[in-house]
Design a protein around this ligand. Sequence first.
Ligand code: NAG
Ligand code: NAG
Length: 208
Amino acid sequence: MQHSNPLLLVLFLISIVSSLTTRINQPSRIRIDIGSNGAPALVFTPDSIKAQVGDTLDFHFIDQNVVSSVLLGVENSPCTPAPAGADFFNSGPILGDPDGTNVFSVNVTSDSQMILYCGVGAHCQAGMVAVVNPDKLTTLKGYAKAATGVQMNLGPPNMTGGSFTQGTSGGPVIIGFAPGAGPQKSAAGPCVGTSRRAVGGGSCVARK
Ligand SMILES: *[C@@H]1O[C@H](CO)[C@@H](O)[C@H](O)[C@H]1NC(C)=O
Ligand SMILES: *[C@@H]1O[C@H](CO)[C@@H](O)[C@H](O)[C@H]1NC(C)=O
C-alpha cells in the first residue's frame, strides 16, 4: 500500500467506535453492599446507583450480625412497599455474612427511578435508603428526611422478584419473620445472629 486510503481509515475508526459503544451497552452486574463489615452501619453502599435495563443489581449482605432487607418503595410514602407488580422486589430479612456472599440479585427491567429501603426494624427511619436512577439530585435526601418521621417501617417477609445465592460462611442465612409478625415499630432492634431475637413483637425464624 503506497498511500493510506482515507476512506479505509474512516471505516476503521467507525468500527472502533462502534465496538466501544457495544461494550458500554453490555449488561453489567452492579454490586451494592448492605450494612458494613466493620462497625455495624445501616447503609447501602453506594446509595445512589445508575443502572440500565438488562443490568443486574447484586445486593451483598455483609453485616455479619445484623439482619437487613432491601425492597422497592415509593417516593412519596417512605418505608412503605411499592404495590405488588411485575417490577416489585423484596429480599425479605437476610442475615449478613462477613464474606458478603449472601447475595440477593434483581434484574433491572426499567430505567425509571427506583427508591429502595431496608424493611427491618427501624433501619428505614435511620436512613437505610437508596435510589436507582434518581430523577433529581434531591430525591434521596428528601426521602431519607421524610423517613425519619415515619411511625412504621413496613417490611413484608416474603422474598420475591429476585434470586438469592447463599453465602459460604455457614449457619442460618435467611431469616424470615413468623406469619403475623406485623409491621415493625421504630423502637425495635434487628433480629440478631443465632439468638434470633424478635423484631417488633414478631419472632424470627431461620430458614436454610
Ligand atoms: C408469604 O409466605 C407465607 C409462607 O410461605 C405464605 O403463607 C403467605 O401467603 C405469603 N405471603 C405473601 C404476601 O405472598
Ligand atoms: C434475571 O435474568 C437472568 C438472565 O436473563 C435470568 O436467568 C434470571 O432468571 C432472571 N432472574 C429473575 C429473578 O427474573
